[in-house]
Design a protein around this ligand. Structure first.
Ligand SMILES: *Cc1c(COP(=O)(O)O)cnc(C)c1O
Length: 303
């Protein structure tokens, strides 16, 4: 057990449990497959599901190190920056971020929130943004001064796995397959690290050309982890990161109407689409129990 800093423990009081929701429909009963969703989207009204899991112990580390400013990077719709800005405001720690691309004339709802919560925004070119990806450790950003703490893209720190592992420890039932959406792959890596050996894990890449994720995920796995039953599906990106199609949107509308589980088109919509596509193809065996981790992200889908 990690001791939580008192300010982090106070922030954690805002969080709810993340329940398991059983999904039933005709496609599932025809195939005799059980589907459950781990509802990390319900953890907190603002701080998005897996972004909290990934940030929690990094924030703890930062607080114990008397950090006064958290600095990170993300796109203009970033769930990570959104979670970080709000957490920073609640923890009375300053936040700053490099945002990819030019400053838009009209700020979108995500950027407006970031500003309102006091995050200092610096818009950087796409090539400068790519450069920033090389800095991984909390102290690795050049020109950091004392009291400043760096968080890489998506909050994919060395502390991320520990928070993601909490997802696994909350699950008391047995499952055959776990599915989760991948951006950086850090969440999948944390789940693999904490998973029982007989659980098969499937990541669904939200981006086009996600083959690099295989190497990235491997690199995050501690040497002691020998879990080999995992794979990443690369063909459910619907045109690329943050791209979608009428087919995907139609699927999401129908799923949400039928099951009352909200989805967003960047990650979780593609994930559920992939699940039902595999189901249709007969990928799962009768009697199998599938667990899908709903990583949240609904703020990014606001108009
Ligand atoms: C960031 C995010 C992901 C991707 O997580 P990674 O750890 O970067 O793979 C998945 N789902 C949602 C909703 C996210 O916001």
């Amino acid at each position: 057990m990690t001791n939580l800093h008192p300010r982090l423990a106070a922030l954690e009081k805002q969080f709810s449990a993340s329940p398991l929701t059983r999904i039933s429909d005709e496609a599932l009963s025809t195939r005799r497959v059980e589907l459950w969703i781990k509802r990390d989207d319900l953890l907190h009204p603002i701080i998005s599901g897996n972004k909290w899991r990934k940030l929690k112990y990094a924030l703890n580390h930062a607080l114990y190190n008397q950090v006064d400013t958290l600095i990170s990077m993300g796109g203009a719709y970033s769930n990570h920056l959104h979670a970080l800005a709000f957490a920073g405001q609640q923890l009375a720690v300053k936040t700053a971020a490099f945002v990819r691309g030019e400053r838009p004339e009209h700020l979108n709802p995500t950027l407006i929130d970031l500003q309102q919560w006091g995050m200092q925004l610096r818009f950087v070119s796409r090539s400068d943004y790519r450069q920033l990806r090389q800095y991984k450790r909390y102290d690795s950003l050049p020109d950091l001064v004392s009291g400043q703490y760096w968080l890489p893209e998506g909050g994919a720190t060395d502390f991320a796995s520990q928070g993601v592992a909490d997802i696994m420890s909350e699950i008391k039932q047995q499952f055959d397959v776990l599915m989760v959406a991948c951006g950086t792959g850090a969440t999948l890596a944390g789940l693999i690290t904490a998973a029982p050996h007989d659980l098969h894990l499937i990541g669904v890449s939200a981006l086009k050309g996600g083959a690099f994720l295989n190497a990235d995920v491997k690199q995050w796995l501690p040497h002691a982890v020998s879990h080999e039953h995992w794979q990443i599906l690369l063909d459910y990106h619907f045109g690329g990161f943050a791209k979608n199609t009428p087919e995907l949107r139609q699927f999401m509308r129908q799923f949400t109407a039928e099951h009352d589980v909200p989805l967003e088109p960047v990650y979780t919509g593609k994930l559920l689409f992939a699940f039902y596509d595999l189901l249709k193809q007969g990928y799962f065996q009768p009697g199998q129990r599938i667990l899908i981790v709903h990583t949240g992200g609904l703020q990014g889908a606001r108009e």
